[in-house]
Structures are given as C-alpha cells and as structure tokens.
Design a protein around this ligand. Sequence first.
Ligand code: UDX
Length: 406
Amino acid sequence: MKIGVVGLGYIGLVTAAVLAEAGNRVVGVDIDKERVKTLSEGKSPIYEPELQEVMSANDEALSFSGNYASLKVCAAIFVCVPTPTIEGRIDLSFVIAASRGISFNNPGATTIIKSTVIPGTARMIHEEMRLNVVSNPEFTSEGSAIQDTRHPDRIVIGGYDTNIVEDIWRFTGAPMIVTTNENAELIKYASNAFLATKISFINEIANLCEKVPGTDVEVIAKGIGYDKRIAPYFLKAGLGFGGSCFPKDTEAFVSFAKTVGIELGITNSAIRINKDRVSHVLEIIKDALGELKGRSVAVLGLSFKNNTGDTRESKAWLLVEALMHHGCSVKTFDPIVKVSIPGALACDSIEKCIEDVDAIVVSTEWNEFKILENMKPKVPVVDAKRVLNQSQITRYHGVGLNEVKN
Ligand code: UDX
C-alpha cells in the first residue's frame, strides 16, 4: 500500500519506518526543510532505539518530502503533527493545517489522525473539509517506540469507513477496537490521564513514606503491584511525569472537560501533585546538604526519562534550573543529551561530573548511573528516580524512603 505520513517527529517517523518494514511504500512529509534533508540522506534526526536501523533496512520503501503534493499517490495518510497547549487549552492549528494540505492535494485519501486531539476534532475536520477522517491514537512510549508500534497492546480505530486502517495494522496481530471517532479520541486522553494518575498516586505515597520511619515506597509499590487489579506498571516514584505527552495532555483533558461542564478532580490532583515534585526533591537535596546556597551539585540525567534524548518538559532540566536559582553551581551529565543548560556546566563523563561536588543527584532513570554503586562517592547521593541500590551507596537519600536499619 502507498501510505503518507505528515509530521516526522517521534511518532510520525516511527510510524513511517515500521509501516515501511511491514511492506508498504511510505512518503513522509514535514514542513521542516532541514529535517527532510537529513531524512533524505538516510539519517534519523532523533535518538530512538532501533529507529536508524529500521530506516536503513527499508530505505527503498521510504521517501521524504517538504511538499504535500508528494502525497497524491497515497491511499491513506497519517496526521502525526504536534498538538501543543496554549494556556492549558489544546492548539489544533497544526492538525488543521495538515488536514488542509491533504484536502487540497489528495481529498480521496483516508485521513488518519494519530495526533492526540480532543473529542469532536475528527468530526469537525470531516465536516469542514469533506475528508474521510479516521481516528487512530497512538500509545507508544519514547525509548521503546519501535517495539510498541510493532507489538501494540491494542489498536484503537474510530470512524465510519475504517477498513483501510484495519488493513494497515492487521500485521501487528493486536486486538482492534473499532468504534466512533469520539470514543477513539477520548480513549487516548483517558489512558494518559489514568497512567499519569498512577504516577502521582505513588508519588503521594512516597511523600508519606518519607515521614514514616521504616517505610520505603519501592517496597510499597512492589507490594501493591503484585495485585493483578493494580499491576506493577507506572508505580515508580520519582521526580514526576514529564515528556511531550502527559503534562500537556492532562491539562488539555481537564480544560476540554470544563467546556462540557465536568470537573476532572482526579486528573486535576494528579497534575497538582506532579507540579510539586521538583520543589519536593529540592527539599531532599537541601536536607542532605544543610543548605543550598554556595554548594556545588552534580545532576546525572537531563532527558525526561531514560533511553531518549528528548528534554521536553523534563523534570531533570527544571531541577537544574531550580538548584541554580537557589544559589547552587551545577554540573550535568546525560548519556545522550549533549546541550548545556545556560548557567550549568555540561560534562562529557560521569567521572568529571561528580568530581569535587558537594552532592550528586540522579534525576533520570538511565541504567548507566548504577556505576555510582562501584564508584562509592563520599558525598550525599540523592536518588530522585530510585535507580541505585541504597546498600551500595555510603550517604544515600532516596525519594520515598525513611528506612530504619534492623
Ligand atoms: C507516554 C505514554 O506512555 C504513551 O502511551 C503515550 O502515547 C505518550 O505518552 P512517554 O511520554 O514516551 O509516553 O513516556 P512514559 O514512559 O509514559 O513516561 C512519561 C513520564 O512519566 C516520564 O517522565 C517518566 O519518567 C515518568 N514515569 C513513568 C514515572 O515517573 N513513573 C513511572 O512509573 C512511569
């Protein structure tokens, strides 16, 4: 099948690569000329495990262009453009512009909206542009996006004329939920809000554990996670959720619900708890150091989570800024992110980063940081993501931990 993909960010590019691997010819379109040039040279502009390999192995089936006219040959076109928020409300302008581009160049193609959009968006585009619009939200995580796209838990498809989208994803063998556009659109928000709520729930329990001697949130999470009704996933306490999806999608969800007269109290609380995480970890660092002003701190990890170079809404990044704001000098290291935060000193190794500092903070769950267990630093180590084995660190301070040694 000839398939188009508009918007070549994490989701668009991974979708294009996996659909090429599945035997389709795929044309990717993006308005960013630099990105199209890099892709046309066969190079991935982003770090995502396996992406470069899948692109290289299927380069004959993949082509890239800055022009919507290249989509003329496609039977189905995925819309994978960003849906940012402006003052907490969704901004649909990129989705509308992409749909217009499709309606001018190939109105007969099925337009498949993968971007996260509020219920009613697909119907609005269908009514305004007379396109066959199918909703097909994605549930892939950065860092495992290729695997998630090849082997999804489920495929959600919403619309009237959905056969072509069912055909495209049949190779995955995943269960399909074929429903209305609005249900598909809402499933995506409900899913992200539920996962974000799990994270904020465990972070609230972490706050409690810190005040109750003899408790450890990691053990609590394990103890509740064995219950199949709860499940062990998304119960990792830490700096809170960041990234390009959860923070903006939970805000957009709450503001969408308001427009129909519903107050999403649980999601609102999840957002509020999440916003306090950086200042909470700052307090743990302050307790470990006595005071922040004039101290030097090494921060390990800048991306919003491990296995990605993405720093959008990264809590680690906010923590670095907060430390500097409170008078600390900060050194940073990240295995992938090589940019330096203005005012902080970016180091090219863990060794250099932790040299001559007063404290070390682990702020992203990269496995690489477990090397601290062998390095045995003498200064306090604040484990904001519970990556390390506390028994191997001399002066250990973990989120959600108030352990009394037996
Ligand atoms: C998320 C959803 O998982 C995915 O289904 C959706 O399509 C896009 O948004 P992603 O943002 O890539 O994916 O990362 P995810 O692994 O969900 O993590 C989001 C944030 O929550 C990260 O900052 C991560 O560190 C944090 N997190 C996750 C926790 O703090 N604890 C956890 O237990 C899980």
